[in-house]
Design a protein around this ligand. Structure first.
Ligand SMILES: [Zn+2]
Ligand SMILES: [Zn+2]
Length: 452
């Protein structure tokens, strides 16, 4: 197969399978599964990779280090989700591996000598209910989420089927591939609760020299028809925290002097977190997501739950915010003679995409795939991404990595209940960009010899 024939196969196959992938995306959307609950989704992905003839299909403990996961729900909740996944058509052969929230799947192709190339597709839904507006397209077409309280409002249903499309196209050009190709279907990106970190901890990226992740992104000022932005820079480092403050409850009028007021400690913490001096070296953020106090009006509060997150333009700026936050919590609790527990619920690093890989993606898209690429190589984002752990690990190996933004028209915004995107365009563009870039890398004599 010549290079031209390979690209014709990539383009032709990506377009031919798009209707099927759109159908599959509707299915994933309908059975939306939150982080550590992606049991049905994982089992169906494993079935597809197995049927396609992947050399290895990894599941369960083969994918993730169990203890690195954060925000893991109770066994009762996970068992109920397992029963739900089975009832909703999970593949009976593969779903047992996901028991206890060990979700996610890695498909591997061994194609002889050459570099290890990885791609990451996140598969989880958000813990928000979907809009019931009859004009919302998933409602109109009958694929709105049936899992109450969970919705694919960030496009990870599309990401999952893009991964399946990439798997199918790569099998069509398998004889033209070299090295080792890993497709990582990652659980629990939302809330960055360790889905990526637990995969990195299992060593799957130790030998990886190229890595590409991507996200569906709303088209803004780009020229009409622009398919993608090759990279990202400026993604924020973040960590999410659960704080429980323990006070001492007494009658609020009878003997308030004997109480230790957890609510007052929480109030001080909320104000002081927001008053942390902003750092001159770059952007920082603080967000108080949730405060809960179940005490009554005539008693001193004895327990308050407070969730917050911090972000920084760099890992160092995030650490600066965390250091200040910890000091505020310690001393605010001490002032009220309260004790506390502070638990990390999620984290992501900042990252910068590798310039040579951005150049390669731009060249492949414009010269080989006929895709329009944004004038800017790299986009700034206000959010955070745990694909950062993959990107930074590969760069630490001496390799190249990036996070593409694949552009689409969008209704609503990400994380909104009426979120919806144009998948007929997004899916084939993304499949072509991933497969074309991988083909280009593994057929590049300079890339073949790259090792960590
Ligand atoms: Zn999201
Ligand atoms: Zn997302």
């Amino acid at each position: 197969m010549t290079r031209k024939e390979a690209f014709q196969t990539i383009i032709g196959t990506a377009e031919a399978i798009t209707p099927k992938l759109v159908e599959e995306r509707h299915d994933f959307h309908k059975y939306a599964e939150g982080g550590w609950f992606e049991m049905r989704t994982t089992s169906l992905i494993a079935r597809r990779l197995t049927n396609l003839g992947f050399d290895e299909v990894l599941l369960g403990d083969q994918v993730m280090k169990r203890d690195v996961r954060m925000s893991v729900p109770s066994d009762e909740v996970l068992d109920a989700e397992y029963a739900r996944a089975l009832a909703q058509g999970a593949d009976p052969e593969f779903v047992p591996y996901t028991k206890g929230g060990m979700t996610g799947c890695i498909g591997i192709l061994h194609c002889g000598d050459g570099p290890v190339v990885g791609m990451r597709f996140d598969i989880d839904a958000l813990g928000i209910p979907e809009s019931t507006d009859p004009d919302h397209m998933p409602c109109r077409l009958g694929y709105a989420s049936v899992n109450n309280g969970f919705m694919h409002a960030c496009g990870h249903d599309s990401h999952a089927v893009i991964g399946l499309g990439v798997a199918e196209v790569l099998m069509k050009i398998r004889d033209e591939l070299h090295g080792t190709i890993k497709l990582i279907f990652q659980p629990h990106e939302e809330g960055v609760a360790g889905g990526a970190q637990a995969i990195v901890a299992n060593g799957h990226l130790d030998d990886m020299m190229y890595m590409i992740g991507s996200h569906a992104t709303k088209r803004k000022n780009e020229a009409p028809g622009t398919a993608l932005v090759p990279g990202m820079h400026g993604s924020l480092a973040t960590s999410k925290w659960g704080l429980v403050i323990h006070g001492h409850s007494v009658h609020a009028a009878g003997c308030p002097e004997l109480g230790h007021d957890a609510l007052l400690a929480a109030a001080t913490i909320i104000l002081e977190l927001n008053a942390i001096a902003r750092h001159s070296a770059g952007a920082t953020r603080i967000g108080i997501g949730k405060v809960r106090d179940d005490s009554v009006v005539n008693a001193i509060s004895d327990e308050v739950h407070l969730d917050f997150e911090i972000r920084g333009q760099t890992n160092e700026l995030c650490d600066y915010m965390l250091g200040k936050a910890k000091r505020i919590i310690e001393h605010s609790c001490a002032m009220q003679e309260c004790t506390y527990e502070l638990v990390c619920k999620g984290a992501a690093e900042s990252f910068v995409s590798s310039a040579p890989l951005l150049k390669r993606i731009r060249r492949v898209c414009t010269e080989d795939l006929g895709l329009l690429v944004s004038a800017e190589d790299s986009m700034k984002g206000g959010g955070s991404e745990d694909c950062s752990y993959f990107i930074n690990k590969v760069q630490a190996n001496g390799g190249e990595s990036t996070f593409m933004r694949v552009l689409t028209d969008m209704t609503g915004v990400a994380h909104a209940r009426n979120y919806n995107i144009d998948n007929e365009v997004l899916i084939p563009n993304a499949v072509k960009a991933f497969c074309g870039t991988v083909y280009d890398i593994v057929n590049d004599p300079d890339a073949l010899i790259k090792k960590p």
